[in-house]
Design a protein around this ligand. Structure first.
Ligand code: GLA
Length: 674
């Protein structure tokens, strides 16, 4: 954990001093102290500067930067710069540039152009990592290691011949025999049987759609091959820098990276760290932020994690660089902290003058320190200082949401029953519905134990292994309440349909079968009738056959008119709901209200819609974060029995009668008493 010695929340950002003359470094460090910066990520893009020619190192400048920071009491999250091999490397090893599916070899001149299977890249990355570890591994300023940068973006998959050979090795390790591979990939279809390993290629561009099991395995292979490179660097650093945590910055938000299986990666880092950028155009983009933060915490098993990058204001890579409103940066930072982050870090410390990201906001903007952004950065440093006590506490969640990157990859492949099926969209819609009910979400792998949560939702799980199906059935039998949305439980890990009627892996738990999918024409809707009132669906409908489940809403019109639309199945001590069409926010809210009642979750009615309330509890105390995203003040009662001795930590706000008012756009954090 960074800052272990000083018990501070981490505050700072990516620091790129090599872009500036040395006199600016002194100003930087003075300003960092003014803002309360505790940690900076250093050297992420410095390979060309650290190793200007192969095997020739220049550490003198980095020595000076680290000493300056150390003397000012600022910790270093030291990077291995292996996301940007220098120009000399690519001239010597052009084969290490990645090749696209269409056979285009990407050129040097941006960043992240890496074939993860390239032995030359692996050797060079290990050499610079070892050199850094030997020089700084025991330096007292180094509080954390930052391996690489955002594995998975901008490109992960490489289709070159070296990757092809590596893919074949991965397949041999996975399947053992060609017979097993042919069976798993269903190569009897379209005459694709392989008689020799050497005949297998990556799923390169082909005349029409490629074998989906082959594509799915290639996606798994790509995530694994980058992970092998992470592990190599991590192990070198563990050897040379004992006790210092090693991380790599994730981008868990499905809006931002879709190539990495973070369930697998979360087990490999010493502390999970994440980068998150707002979807600037979205008026309620704080919901996507909360979802990313909850997912980040979950891939780390619920332990505290660290937000390693977000922005003080605009980003430069979205269609419009929309500036954050006053107070928004603090709301964003503290929402991450509420959901388990041990601090708030930014890209980047000082806005660049040159290069691709010069229009990206920073803690020190082009406008300098006489600016709103700087003043808010200083205020945020003070706020984080006041919240040191939350370190080590854990976010308390109410509901589990099942999410699986591999299922998402499989569902996104071509030739599905409707191009309107969208795993990410459903996950975001369910998450927003839970957010609006003021429930905090833990994400879970489909095979993980869900029993800590009374309610579990499955927004879209096209690929459901038999084990996952059993896991969900056991969860319900043991008393859980499950809500499953359409096109889940359909295929196994090889994208083969489970035997028998759909949804093969979930028939038992849901108490029904799907006789026929009924995707809707573009723009069409269906009406659902039920005792709790009519609902509207779109995109999808199904002809359902109950086998134990009761009908709660039925189709009033559309292709499945007269049949069940939303069902409820009592099984063992629990209940499983099934939703067979795409519901909007109102429909999801109605189903979640009913399922929440089954689960015994007390509704949090009467709270303002955009008042985000999140708890962190632990030995350090019990903390309630109240973040008001609305333009009007919001008031609420503290939880029963917590008002005595409670204190508000950011503004010293009064807790009159156990009630707290959060001004429009503000954040309050209460250490609960009682
Ligand atoms: C990513 C990268 C940073 C920077 C930011 C800009 O998170 O890690 O180097 O490019 O995006 O938003």
């Amino acid at each position: 954990m960074p800052n272990a010695a000083t018990a501070r929340l981490a505050y700072g950002g990516d620091y790129n001093p090599e872009q500036w003359p040395e006199e600016v470094w002194h100003e930087d460090v003075a300003l960092m102290r003014e803002a309360g910066v505790t940690l900076v990520s250093l050297g992420i893009f410095s390979w060309a500067r650290l190793e200007p020619r192969e095997g020739e190192f220049d550490f003198a400048w980095l020595d000076r930067v680290i000493e300056l920071l150390h003397a000012a009491g600022i910790g270093v999250d030291l990077a291995t710069p292996t996301v940007v091999p220098p120009a000399w490397f690519y001239r010597a090893h052009p084969e290490a540039l990645p090749v696209s599916r269409e056979g285009v070899r990407w050129e040097f001149g941006s960043r992240g152009a890496i074939c993860h299977s390239s032995p030359a890249y692996q050797r060079a990355a290990a050499r610079i990592t070892r050199a850094l570890g030997e020089r700084y591994g025991r330096h007292p300023a180094v509080e954390m290691w930052h391996v690489h940068n955002e594995y998975g973006v901008p490109v992960l998959e490489c289709y070159c011949d070296t990757s092809a050979a590596d893919f074949r090795r991965w397949l041999r390790d996975t399947y053992g025999t060609l017979d097993a591979l042919n069976a798993a990939w269903g190569t009897a279809f379209w005459g694709q049987a392989y008689g020799e390993w050497s005949e297998i290629q990556p799923p390169r561009a082909a005349p029409t759609t490629t074998n989906p099991a082959q594509r799915l395995d290639f996606a798994r292979f790509a995530s694994d091959s980058a992970l092998a490179n992470f592990r190599r660097e991590r192990d070198i650093l563990h050897e040379l820098s004992p006790g210092v945590p090693v991380t790599t910055n994730f981008m868990v938000s499905p809006t931002q990276c879709d190539t990495i299986d973070y369930w697998a990666w979360g087990r490999e880092v010493d502390i999970v760290t994440n980068d998150h950028y707002l979807v600037a155009e979205d008026d309620r983009n704080h919901i996507n932020l909360s979802m990313a933060a909850d997912l980040t915490r979950s891939v780390g098993g619920g332990k505290p994690w660290l937000l390693l990058e977000h922005s003080t204001s605009a980003v430069n890579w979205q269609p419009r660089g929309i500036a954050k409103r006053p107070g928004e940066m603090a709301r964003n930072s503290l929402a991450h902290v509420a959901r388990g982050s041990e601090g708030a870090m930014f890209f980047q410390w000082r806005a660049s003058r040159a290069g691709a990201e010069k229009f990206h906001s920073a803690m020190v903007p082009h406008a300098g320190t006489d600016s709103r952004i700087w003043r808010e950065a200083v205020d945020l440093g003070a706020h984080l200082g006041a919240l040191a006590g939350v370190r080590g506490t854990r976010t308390a969640a109410d509901v589990a949401m099942v999410w699986d990157w591999q299922s998402w990859w499989a569902q996104k492949l071509e030739w599905r029953p409707s191009e309107d099926l969208d795993t990410r969209e459903r996950a975001e819609a369910f998450y927003a519905a839970l957010f609006d009910r003021h429930f905090t979400v833990d994400f879970a792998h489909p095979e993980a134990d869900l029993t800590a949560h009374p309610l579990a939702v499955v927004p879209a799980l096209y690929l459901t292994t038999a084990r996952a199906g059993e896991n969900l059935r056991r969860y319900v039998e043991a008393g859980g309440t499950l809500v499953v949305s359409y096109f889940s439980g359909i295929v196994d890990e090889h994208d083969a349909v489970h035997p028998g009627p759909h949804p093969g892996a979930l028939r038992d738990v849901l108490g029904l079968t799907v006789e026929e999918f009924q995707p809707l024409r573009a723009g069409r809707t269906v009406t659902l009738d039920g005792a709790a009132g009519p609902l509207t669906g779109d995109v999808w409908a199904e002809t359902l056959r109950p086998a134990g489940a009761e009908t709660v809403w039925s189709y009033a019109d559309g292709p499945a008119a007269g049949g069940p639309a939303i069902t409820r199945h009592r099984l063992g001590d629990g209940t499983a709901w099934y939703v067979s069409c795409r519901l909007g926010a109102d429909g999801l809210d109605a189903v979640l209200a009913a399922a929440g009642a089954d689960a015994g979750l007390a509704p949090r009615d009467g709270l303002p819609r955009d008042l985000e309330l999140v708890r962190r509890d632990g030995e350090g105390g019990r903390y309630l974060f109240a973040i008001n995203h609305a333009d009007a003040d919001a008031s609420f009662d503290l939880p029963a029995g917590t008002a005595d001795g409670a204190a508000e930590l950011l503004a010293g706000a009064p807790l009159t009668g156990g009630r707290l008012t959060v001004p429009a756009g503000a954040v309050r954090v209460v250490r609960l008493g009682g």
